[in-house]
Design a protein around this ligand. Structure first.
Ligand code: ZN
Length: 198
């Protein structure tokens, strides 16, 4: 009967997560310093679910809230799509993170970003970090991460500070990608995932 199907629709809608369009380079939200989240401020569980879904849909391994237009100190990481042993079990939520310390040797790696499609560039980062954060259940954690895990966190942590990986590139590389970046900021780029074109 109609009543039953109405009821079922409501339950279905409540459970379904949502894929957000990803904000592109040039949008001012990517340059803002994000604000802290207060407990109960927003529906963190459903937001986190949506972020995981958005990231997976775009084949990303990290996604920060400003990348979906929300200027809050929150990011998620999920390396389960990677074959790498260290990364495949790396799935976490970081709420109000504070990077306490970066340590170890600088190492360079070609980074990319869902908000800056089709551009990659070598970024030097320190190999070990200590970070304090809350998980999705508001448990406070203090953990040390190394290598690629540390790098993904450093990249996402930069996002909530309004910083992007292209900021680290050499003046020459910056010159080479200048036009591409300007096209992206106009929404002119080929991507197979959903993006917000201004
Ligand atoms: Zn990024």
């Amino acid at each position: 009967c109609i009543r039953d199907s109405y009821y079922i629709t409501i339950i279905f809608k409540k459970k379904r997560s949502m894929i957000y369009p990803i904000v592109l380079y040039g949008d001012t939200v990517l340059r803002e310093k994000c604000t802290e989240i207060k407990m109960g401020d927003l529906d963190i569980k459903s937001l986190v679910n949506d972020m995981f879904e958005t990231m997976t849909d775009a084949d990303g391994i990290g996604l920060a809230a400003p990348q979906i237009g929300i200027s809050k100190k929150l990011f998620v990481v999920d390396g389960s799509s990677l074959e790498d042993e260290e990364m495949s079990s790396f799935k976490k939520v970081f709420i109000n993170p504070v990077l306490n310390n970066e340590d170890g040797d600088l190492w360079e790696f070609e980074e990319g970003c869902l908000s800056i499609p089709n551009i990659r560039g070598g970024v030097k980062r320190k190999s070990s970090i200590e970070i304090t954060f809350f998980d999705e259940n508001w448990n406070k954690k203090k953990e040390v991460f190394k290598g690629m895990q540390a790098r993904v966190i450093q990249h996402e942590y930069d996002h909530i500070q309004g910083k992007l990986f292209v900021d680290y590139l050499s003046p020459l590389k910056k010159k080479l990608i200048k036009n591409k970046l300007s096209e992206i900021s106009k929404g002119n780029c080929e991507v197979r995932y959903k993006v917000k074109r201004s």
